[in-house]
Design a protein around this ligand. Structure first.
Ligand code: NDP
Ligand code: BG6
Length: 513
């Protein structure tokens, strides 16, 4: 049976023998996995990592023998960690089933060790505590670096020198940001590789763990009707849209050092683009897929400042409610010109996509929360029904929309005859609405990614050459924006973003969806 997390398709074709092992329910009594969340006192650990680990436990996806440790400088005991975590665990998977009991069982397997990030001694002590739980089994160790990037390398050093597994594998999950540009990213990679081998490093881009992003390849490569249309011959433009209806609330300090281009475009949207545009891989193997992604990234034109619009949200009052400006955030410098919005037109100079504009848009404090891929197809040549559409032929083109979130859906806009004796055409949707079609909740991206890291499945993690290729595309633009101190266009909190984004789209004959 498919438990919703299982990779049934992958395991049936042999791409992931280990996932078949987990899903078959057979349990390896000889091994144990220890998962250490480094930075356990932080926001991401509480919000995402512990809840995802519990969800995996609840679904029976963790191995029989496992231990979870929180590590940070904050003074906490096992008990206070459990208290902190218990407030974050939800029984969203199946309210009716013994969830309370499962939570208790799970919490008993969670421990805490307080220590310094750069101290081998602290990690040595952690290792002793891990060993006590692991007993004589083969002990695999996973470290999740949920900490600010300036201490990634310190932790990689102290954990690998003092707390690597003696008889099993040791893997390290690293959260973004992976540097600020090509140079700092290369330096981080060099630092990590001093202590870890590339196959021990799992660079997370959590958008790759989202259900509809994973489904992109299924949609393309296992439906005859899409792949033949997937090129410049039939596709007029592609839009990749990320928007949030809230500002940087609470994360202004981090955000101001990065801005929306580094926070969302260079990673989440670019990764989706790579999966969307890559050539068919030889197989579903991680290396085959990542090879294709690197190829497409390397075929892209370096971003040009003339094809980019940047914005920043400003405060205003509407209906008696006061909406803050980005600059009202106390952790943001007064005169910051960091963009909270960006739109860009990018191009892939290969045979498949030559001349097709890919428009990316990412913004905070916009009018709604959504992440979407929109594919606008070309006009039907010599359309017999064009008179039904008046002068606006744009209304007659097909559009495929992949709504990554919220309310996941895939729908295709088609032209249809309005029933009746006349001949009137109407735009309708062929709609695959997930909530109607599937009755189980969609797992959080972090669940899938944690499970993959435990199983050694690297397909959804970023390889270092992919990262280099991604930074090579964005670094000249980021340098130019900084050098010329380009001021962002202001847009009101809760609006559709700066008008400049519409002019940019219009330049390529595109209307944002
Ligand atoms: P936090 O700022 O909450 O930091 C996590 C922990 O690291 C803190 O609890 C603190 O633990 C320790 N820490 C914080 N600042 C410092 C410092 N200057 N020096 C040493 N230790 C410090 O980070 P988040 O949990 O928000 O994020 C963790 C990682 O995940 C970051 O790399 C972030 O960019 C990334 N990320 C976060 C997302 C989010 O939604 N929060 C989303 C995507 C990525 P203690 O003081 O107890 O040692
Ligand atoms: C993170 C960004 O990577 O993704 C955040 O740093 C952003 O700024 C978040 O809010 C969005 O993730 P999701 O899964 O909530 O869409």
């Amino acid at each position: 049976t498919n438990n919703g997390l299982s990779k049934t398709a992958a395991s049936t074709n042999g791409a992931s023998p280990k996932s078949a092992h987990v899903n078959s329910g057979s349990v390896d009594t000889e091994t144990t996995v220890s998962i250490t969340v480094v930075g356990a006192s932080g926001d991401l650990a509480k919000k995402k990592i512990f809840p995802a680990l519990f969800a995996l436990y609840y679904e029976g996806c963790l191995p029989k023998h496992f231990t979870i440790f929180g590590f940070a400088r904050s003074k906490m005991t096992d008990e206070s960690l459990r208290e902190m975590i218990s407030g974050t665990l939800t029984c969203r998977i199946d309210q009716s089933e013994n969830c309370g009991e499962k939570q208790e069982e799970f919490l008993k397997r969670c421990f805490y060790h307080a220590g310094q990030y750069s101290s081998e001694e602290s990690f040595g002590q952690l290792s002793d505590k891990l060993r006590k739980q692991e007993g004589s089994r083969v002990a695999n160790r996973l470290f999740y670096l949920s900490i600010p990037p300036n201490i990634f390398v310190d932790v990689a050093r102290s954990s690998s020198l003092a707390a690597s597994s003696a008889n099993g594998w040791t893997r390290v999950i690293v959260e973004k940001p992976f540097g600020r540009d090509s140079e700092s990213s290369a330096e981080l990679t060099r630092g990590l590789k001093t202590y870890l081998k590339e196959d021990q490093i799992y660079r997370i881009d959590h958008y790759l763990g989202k259900e509809l992003v994973e489904n992109l390849s299924v949609l393309r490569f296992s439906n005859l009707v899409f792949e033949p249309l997937w090129s410049r011959q039939y596709i007029r433009n592609v839009q990749l849209i990320f928007s949030e209806d809230f500002g940087t609330e609470g994360r202004g300090g981090y955000f101001d050092n990065y801005g929306i281009i580094r926070d969302i475009m260079q990673n989440h949207l670019l990764q989706i683009l790579a999966l969307f545009a890559m050539e068919p891989p030889v197989s579903l193997d991680a290396e085959d897929i990542r090879n294709e992604k690197v190829k497409v990234l390397r075929s892209m034109r370096v971003l040009d400042v003339d094809n980019v619009v940047v914005g920043q949200y400003k405060g205003h009052t509407r209906g008696g409610v006061k909406y803050p400006a980005y600059l009202d955030d106390k952790t943001v410098p007064k005169n910051s010109i960091t963009p909270t919005f960006a739109a860009a037109a990018v191009f892939i100079d290969n045979a498949r996509w030559d001349g097709v504009p890919f428009l990316m848009k990412a913004g905070k404090a916009l009018h709604k929360k959504r992440a979407e891929i929109r594919v606008q197809f070309r006009h039907v040549p010599g359309n017999l029904y064009k008179r039904s559409f008046g002068t606006d032929l744009d209304l007659a083109t097909n559009e495929l929309v992949i709504r990554v979130q919220p309310d996941e859906a895939i729908y295709l806009k088609i032209n249809n005859k309005v029933p009746g004796l006349g001949m009137r055409l109407d735009r309708s949707n062929l709609n695959l609405h997930y909530a109607d079609r599937y009755d189980r909740e969609i797992p959080d991206a972090y669940e899938r990614l944690l499970l993959d890291a435990i199983e050694g499945e690297r397909r959804l993690f970023i390889r270092s050459d992919e990262l280099d290729a991604a930074w090579a595309l964005f670094t000249p633009l980021l340098n130019e924006l900084e050098k010329r101190k380009i001021s962002p266009e202001l847009y009101p909190y809760g609006s559709r973003g700066p008008v400049g984004a519409h002019y940019l789209a219009a330049k390529y004959n595109v209307r944002w969806g």
